[in-house]
Design a protein around this ligand. Structure first.
Ligand SMILES: [Zn+2]
Length: 399
């Protein structure tokens, strides 16, 4: 009798693992597809007036309190990903100025900017770039007051976690963090992630992301709505919100780690999602040119884990205008999307998908005034990321 029960339990355990074996198989298939895509990328450098610089925005170090990441880990992770820039956004501390103490300037060939993440008295959270020595007292100021201070000193303010408070929508904020990797990673089911970890983490640590990745539909809606309601430009960026502290671990009674699944070490976070900026050829990447490109919306978001999107552009034909720029409807503009892989491009006008075309260079003719942006999809990506986007562009504003 005892033996029968034991056998039954054993069978149940084996059966319960079948889904996780299948999920490992899916990651393997995704891994192979990503490798194939990497060999198919084609660059057409001609005809572009811009240079594509890739980097990450919204990064915390040990200075802010709840992260353990060191400067050397950060620099090594940026180098391993061949990033051009990293924008730090340290939490303020009452006793010292975290923006003055964090990485700033060029380190091992990577440009760092020393920003802060602050909570405002209006309930919003802002990424201020660069940071400010009075960041620790900004929780007593309104969102608009902080934005005004940033503007006066030539800096930027972006609404982070735009779902937590909607007061930013009625301010003159420069833009919105429409995707946050940390927020997305927190949607994981710990039970599922634990078993996924047992089966897949060793072979495909980077692709654990694919198991929870989802297009940020709600934030995209909030952003589209805010642009439509205010009739002004709002720049979209992605936040890595890298802390190096999200995951699941199993320890024995004396604290030794038996299994550690870390979803956001810097190196992996920096590989997953990036904000690319376009800077005019000859200007080069500097603190000033980077801040200017971000303020103009000359940037896009790419889930580079699937394929490094460098070389992408969404621009106005026969002009030097790109994402973030305005063009007059009376000039009957045509907009061009160029990608480094054959992809499906969805044109979105004022928040609604209006047209889609496939190829490596596709063209659309806007049929009226509005904010036009594109989402780019790689249809060859298999589950679990089928129908998830590769690139999210900033809009071209047809006036
Ligand atoms: Zn943060």
């Amino acid at each position: 009798m005892k033996r029968k029960i034991l056998i039954a339990i054993l069978v149940l355990i084996i059966l319960s693992q079948i889904p996780f074996v299948y999920r490992r198989y899916r990651l393997r298939r995704l891994h192979n597809t990503i490798q194939q895509l990497a060999t198919q990328r084609v660059f057409s450098f001609d005809a572009t007036e811009y240079v594509d610089y890739k980097g990450v925005i919204h990064v915390h170090s040990f200075l802010g309190g709840h992260s353990t990441g060191s400067f050397s880990e950060l620099i090594a992770a940026a180098n391993a990903n061949q990033l051009d820039f990293v924008i730090m956004t340290e939490h303020p501390q009452a006793e010292f100025d975290t923006s003055a103490m964090t990485l700033n300037g060029s380190h091992a060939g990577v440009l760092f900017i020393n920003g802060n993440e602050v909570a405002t008295a209006s309930g919003d959270r802002l990424l201020i770039i660069p940071g400010a020595s009075n960041a620790a007292t900004m929780n007593t100021q309104s969102t608009q007051q902080i934005i005004d201070q940033q503007k006066a000193s030539g800096g930027l303010a972006f609404a982070a976690y735009p779902d937590e408070s909607l007061n930013w929508q009625s301010t003159k904020v420069d833009g919105v963090e429409i995707y946050n990797l940390f927020t997305n990673a927190r949607t994981i089911n710990r039970f599922v992630t634990f078993f996924d970890g047992l089966w897949s983490y060793r072979a495909y640590p980077d692709l654990m992301f694919a198991n929870f990745f989802a297009r940020p539909a709600d934030n995209l809606n909030r952003w589209d709505q805010a642009i439509a309601n205010t009739n002004r430009k709002l720049v979209a960026i992605a936040g890595n919100d890298a802390h190096s502290n999200v995951g699941v671990s199993l320890n024995d009674s004396s604290g030794n780690q038996l299994l550690g699944i870390k979803l956001d070490p810097y190196e992996r976070s920096f590989r997953t999602v990036r904000t690319h900026v376009l800077i005019k050829q000859g200007e080069g990447l500097t603190r000033e040119s980077l801040i200017e490109a971000l303020s103009l919306g000359h940037c896009y978001i790419s889930f580079d884990l699937f394929s490094d999107a460098s070389g992408f552009n969404f621009s106005v034909a026969n002009s030097d205008k790109t994402m973030g720029d305005e063009v007059a409807l009376r000039t009957q503009p045509r907009v061009i999307v160029r990608t480094t892989l054959p992809s499906r491009v969805v044109l979105i006008k004022n928040g609604s998908a209006v047209e889609q075309k496939s190829g490596m260079e596709v063209e659309f003719s806007p049929d009226g005034a509005g904010a036009y942006r594109v989402e780019v999809y790689l249809d060859s990506l298999p589950a679990p990321v089928t129908a998830q986007p590769w690139i999210l562009s900033n809009p071209i504003y047809v006036r």
